[in-house]
Write a protein that binds this ligand. Structure first.
Ligand SMILES: Cc1ncc(COP(=O)(O)O)c(C=O)c1O
Length: 404
């Protein structure tokens, strides 16, 4: 049925990417009823459950993914003048900790099929100052990690994965969170699971990194295991039951996640596969409707990878439909469907331009962002009716623009 014959619906780009219900309310009440709402049993359980889910040895809950990225960068000990290679097609948070410490951000172009950093582009940018590669599993599709791990080994580089979009994503049948040196997850409201609006998790298999991150997450405080009470330490060399120490010269802050957030995280993690299954089901419906249309390219997913569709990425052929902007405008104004394009290649932002970055650095990312890529609304609470309405609206708009 064409949308002209359907009732007009609204399809917002909803700010809640998950579903919250009775179980989360119960979890909040239970966690709230404790005497201490900070650093207790729920944080511990959430971290443990995250290890079990991802297969990582260590998981450290923190306040959000940006602070996870900051902690990772600090744990790597990156300093002014070091270089890190990353993707331009990401949220600015990926490179904020690098900008803060004047680490040089080097952008490598993306693979036009996956929209992820192209491993073949990375090697061209490696210099003697390169210390790390920061990848982003954009939209919920895994980066091709094997060649990146090989490069890291060859050049002795650290690998950090920004998995803000990738809770539940799999690479070669393995969960993200258990591959690079450090992986950073986001549980912000839009994400596939949430800890009540903001939250993050770091995973690693490296004990030394874990210990350092735990220090940096809480004021560089080190509990002294031989001192169980706050009394009677006058005989010891150090008179208190915890010390404040250096983490290889790095100083942290307070980046904790609360007990209530962690309790909700535990419930959400249990639901994650189901929430992702609904996203995948929606993406399949959209794919079936769009495949074969010469003006449209549906998202790509290699064998062995599990794409969790944090974003639904559709490529438009501007040679056929004339203008991506017009397409977005028609869907918004005439059909009430909120279409976005994420993200602007980061070096085009003023903060980078002021540091001497010019347009043209990553031509594939720029062309895709400016001319082809749109993100259709996708979240588990989208109804089948909304999905059907959206597919028809997209096809009608493409038809109309093709004829113009
Ligand atoms: C790719 C990417 N990295 C990092 C972040 C930052 O996450 P948070 O909001 O949890 O700090 C986001 C959030 O939108 C993101 O999309």
């Amino acid at each position: 049925m064409r949308t002209s014959m359907m009732n007009k619906l609204k399809v917002p780009y909803r700010g809640l990417g998950s579903e919250l219900g009775e179980q989360e309310l119960i979890a909040v009440k239970e966690a709230m009823s404790q005497d201490d709402l900070c650093s207790g049993i729920y944080v511990e359980k959430f971290e443990q459950a995250f290890c079990e889910y991802t297969g990582a040895k260590y998981a450290i809950a923190c306040s959000n993914c940006t602070t996870a990225l900051e902690l990772g960068t600090s744990a790597f000990g990156l300093k002014a003048g070091d270089e890190v290679i990353t993707t331009p097609l990401t949220f600015i948070a990926t490179s904020i900790p690098l900008l803060k410490r004047d680490v040089k951000v080097v952008f490598a172009d993306i693979d036009p099929r996956t929209f992820n950093i192209d491993p073949a582009e990375i090697e061209k940018h490696i210099t003697e100052r390169t210390r790390a590669i920061y990848v982003v599993h954009y939209a919920g599709l895994a980066v091709d990690m094997d060649p990146i791990l090989e490069l890291a080994k060859k050049y002795n580089l650290k690998v950090l994965e920004d998995a803000a979009h990738a809770s539940g994503t799999e690479y070669k049948n393995k969960k993200i969170g258990n591959i690079g040196d450090i992986t950073c997850f986001s549980f912000q409201s839009l994400k596939n699971m949430t800890t009540l609006g903001d939250g993050g998790m770091i995973t690693t298999n490296d004990k030394q990194l874990e210990e350092k991150i735990r220090l940096l997450k809480t004021f560089n405080i080190k509990k002294l295991p031989d001192r169980t009470t706050k009394y009677g330490h006058r005989d010891k060399e150090f008179p208190f039951y915890w010390d404040v120490v250096s983490a290889d010269g790095e100083v942290g802050l307070n980046y904790r996640m609360s007990e209530v957030e962690s309790a909700v995280g535990l419930v959400q993690l249990e639901k994650l596969d189901k929430l992702n299954a609904r996203r995948i089901e929606i993406a399949q419906k959209l794919n079936e409707a769009f495949i074969g249309n010469p003006a449209l390219t549906i998202p790509y997913c290699p064998d062995g990878c599990k794409h969790v569709y944090h974003l639904y990425t559709l490529l438009l052929d501007e040679e056929i439909i004339g203008s991506k902007d017009k397409f977005m405008q028609i869907l918004d104004k005439e059909y009430d469907i909120d279409v976005w394009t994420q993200y602007c290649p980061n070096y085009l932002y003023t903060i980078y331009r002021q540091r001497g970055y010019d347009p043209g650095l990553c031509p594939i990312a720029e062309e895709i962002f400016l001319k082809h890529l749109v993100n259709l609304p996708i979240y588990p609470t989208l109804t089948d009716q909304q999905v059907e309405y959206m597919t028809e609206a997209v096809l009608e708009t493409v038809d109309r623009l093709t004829k113009e």
